[in-house]
Write a protein that binds this ligand. Sequence first.
Ligand code: ADP
Ligand code: MG
Length: 484
Amino acid sequence: MEESFPGYELVIGLEVHAQWQTESKLFCGDATAFGQPPNTEVSPITLGHPGTLPKMNSRAIEHAIRMGLVCHSEISMFNYFARKNYFYPDLPKGYQISQHTTPICKNGFVSIRTGSGEKKIALTRIHMEEDAGKSLHDQSDDYTCLDYNRAGVPLIEIVTEPEMNSADEASAFLTEVRKLVRWIGVCDGNMEEGSLRCDANISVRKKGDPKLGTKVEVKNLNSIRNVRKAIEFESLRLVQILESEGKVLQETRSFNADNDTTFSIRTKEDADDYRYFPEPDLSPFSFNEAFIDSLRASLPALPESLFEKYSTEYGLSAYDAGVLSDDKTLADYYEKICAGTQHYKAIANWLLGPVKSWLNDSGKEWSEITVTADSWRALVEMVESGKLSFSLAAQKILPHLLSGEKSDPLSVAKELNLLQDADASEIQNWVNQVLISMPEKVTEFRKGKKGLLGLFMGEVKKISRGKADPKKTNEILLEKLNQS
Ligand code: ADP
Ligand code: MG
């Protein structure tokens, strides 16, 4: 945007729908499992048969509150559901139970990090609603088929303020939301299966114009890539319209993933009138502070606070702290190892260095690593205290631990004779042998060619077959070389 249209500013607000990982639906006991045969999770309540009554799923409400707490939102203590009336084949009751003027969470923010730094994206609201069923247009040439398994699955909708200004920021926001819902275990964040979907509201305005431009809304984006592509396409299109003196039409659009373009589905002229009113079949409900506090107490340590701890208390680089606090399995693992040692940085280096490359090579996930915290601490302790070289530990011991065939690094080190357990007098002997064997080099060193130290170190390593601790070797070498 910046480069291509210096005079314009892009403005984006997102509406993110997340399906809750609950066993049962929002208002009845039907299962919510994805991928079941069509219409097998549909009781008369899901199908909205006359005489059926909804019953609230308290897990879903707890999840919504947890999400609000994670996003620093205010939790509404008094709540009720509302009916949103519209006719659509995938909506069996002819209305959707949602929240209208009283969302369960108000305000709050989600912090994102992009190339241009950190930014807090303000939220307008988070509200609960039930999902609709699914229309399938590709099952028959003559008919649209309907699968109501999804109808009634709990959803929350997270609505942001129009505060993002680039496709980068929008994808960072969505990535962060996906991380957060997974982190607290309320949604699997699977965009391909539709558990997380996003509508992008996009407008452009002349730089400095205090008024927002007319927006278009691109519906149902089902991957972060598509959100980015839709924004890139729309921002170009909108600027072109403004440049050619045209007026942007407020409309709802859809994304075509085959060619990364969008097309209009309807304009705001036929603005929807949902005739909202309070849902008469569900009583209003309220919470007390103790309940909210108990949910707050049940939250795990969040990525933001872990990032803070790793970069300040543990002294890790922002990059390392970011990677370690980005994945819950990895963060939990790291925390568990760090609980019994202070070699925070060394452990981070092990995990993000050799272990990460092993994962990449073997196509495995962090959750598949079985090396215990005790084994890690024993290994790191040996290396940090100079009993074992990092490279031997990484090449000769780590593979046995990762493969699960050995668990005690000390016994592997002994078995393979890898310990740098030579005492000072042995090292002195090796150093002497080396210096005597290369008198010209010693003279050159003493004349100022200090780079030769590496050569002497390497020779000692060779003849000691790795048994000499490099730190001690270094000290002894310098001592000898500096005596004339
Ligand atoms: P609607 O009534 O069309 O749903 P809302 O005002 O409720 O519109 O906003 C829906 C979403 O659109 C929010 O995420 C909001 O931030 C975003 N939005 C509103 N106006 C604009 C605009 N001019 N440009 C970009 N996004 C906008
Ligand atoms: Mg909308």
